[in-house]
Design a protein around this ligand. Structure first.
Ligand SMILES: *[C@@H]1O[C@H](CO)[C@@H](O)[C@H](O)[C@H]1NC(C)=O
Ligand SMILES: *[C@@H]1O[C@H](CO)[C@@H](O)[C@H](O)[C@H]1NC(C)=O
Ligand SMILES: *[C@@H]1O[C@H](CO)[C@@H](O)[C@H](O)[C@H]1NC(C)=O
Length: 316
């Protein structure tokens, strides 16, 4: 009897020690990026273990299949990092009553739909004010609910793939302390419009803002509700005319680019030269864009795994 009890206590002791050791090792593991982030931003993690980064994909209300493809590809591949939360931003379909039950059911499964029910879903709205209406929604929600905001907010199109881990490690981790920053492809206002004045605009396929820029844009568009201007240009214009200084960190063409869907077959990535553009470009890819067909999206996604682009040029 006594011996049995002793054995039980020894077992508890061994188990307890093992768990304690595991926890200690997990916390002192030096290379864990999310722990580095937590160290720098302890307040971000105080209440809930919220991710520091929100990635919002703009999506038409009726595009359920594309949303499922995105959930099953990069969102799934990179989510276990814990670096980001995701939402899909939809507007109100013209036949809202027809779509509403499907959207409700979809959201019951995933809980990742944000409906902007004050704007109607169409191509013009998607290309112009939909994203900024979402930022206003985010800021209102934050003001109403309090708590810590995300440190970064990204907007991405639903025909863009995203290697979220490479992007996080290379572009966000080094900038955890930065405000007034947008990481994006560079577009020139003058080149887009033929205007004499020039200022930078973030390319709309994928850009990432520090939280203060989200607040600034929401405020500037409330003061100056520009309509009908392409999103990229509008964001640049709001910041320029609002005299708000900001830094554009460029995602150059080797990181974010358009694919040519007509010639891309998703095979023969290095060593064979792909039809995607230069091989060097694809090997550094973080954000291939313009996959209109679902099959093209899947073929591009198949070129990536949890470490990023599979056939890095140095290894092939
Ligand atoms: C989707 O579900 C989430 C989580 O329950 C909720 O916060 C959000 O408001 C829902 N969206 C819609 C459009 O109902
Ligand atoms: C960035 O903005 C936040 C929130 O306004 C502020 O607490 C922080 O000090 C700012 N960081 C820098 C480097 O200015
Ligand atoms: C693009 O940016 C990467 C770093 O993100 C850099 O290594 C590369 O040299 C740049 N390429 C060009 C053409 O500027």
């Amino acid at each position: 009897m006594v011996q049995a009890l002793n054995r039980k206590y020894i077992l508890y002791f061994v188990l307890g020690t093992a768990i304690a050791l595991f926890l200690i090792l997990a916390f002192i593991h030096p290379g864990h990026p999310s722990l580095q982030f937590q160290d720098k931003f302890p307040s971000l993690f105080k209440e809930t273990a919220k991710a520091p980064w929100l990635i919002a994909t703009m999506s038409a209300a009726w595009s359920q299949q594309r949303r499922n493809i995105i959930r099953a590809t990069w969102q799934h591949t990179y989510r276990s990092s814990g670096h980001f939360d995701t939402v899909f931003v939809i507007a109100k379909a013209k036949d809202h009553d027809l779509w509403e039950p499907l959207i409700r059911q979809e959201n019951a499964t995933w809980g990742d739909l944000v409906l902007l029910d004050h704007i109607e879903e169409d191509r013009d709205i998607a290309n112009t004010i939909k994203p900024i209406e979402f930022y206003k929604h985010l800021v209102h929600k934050h003001e109403a609910e309090g708590g810590e905001p995300w440190k970064f907010v990204s907007k991405v199109d639903d025909d863009s793939y995203l290697d979220a881990t490479t992007f996080y490690n290379e572009f966000l981790l080094p900038r955890v302390d930065c405000n007034d920053t947008i990481i994006a492809r560079y577009l020139s206002w003058a080149a887009m419009t033929g205007d004499k004045v020039d200022y930078p605009c973030p390319g709309g396929q994928f850009y990432t803002m520090s939280w203060d820029i989200v607040e600034t844009l929401a405020r500037l568009h409330t003061e100056n509700p520009i309509q009908g201007l392409m999103e990229d240009g509008m964001l640049g214009k709001l910041l320029y005319e609002g005299k708000h200084p900001w830094e554009l960190v460029r995602l150059n063409d080797s990181r974010a680019f358009d694919i040519n869907e007509d010639t891309f077959h998703g095979q023969g990535m290095p060593p064979e030269k792909p039809d995607l553009g230069p091989v060097e470009a694809m090997t550094m890819a973080v954000n291939p864009h313009k996959m209109k067909k679902d099959e093209s999206y899947l073929k591009v996604a198949a070129l990536f795994d949890e470490h990023g682009f599979k056939n890095k040029i140095s290894s092939g």
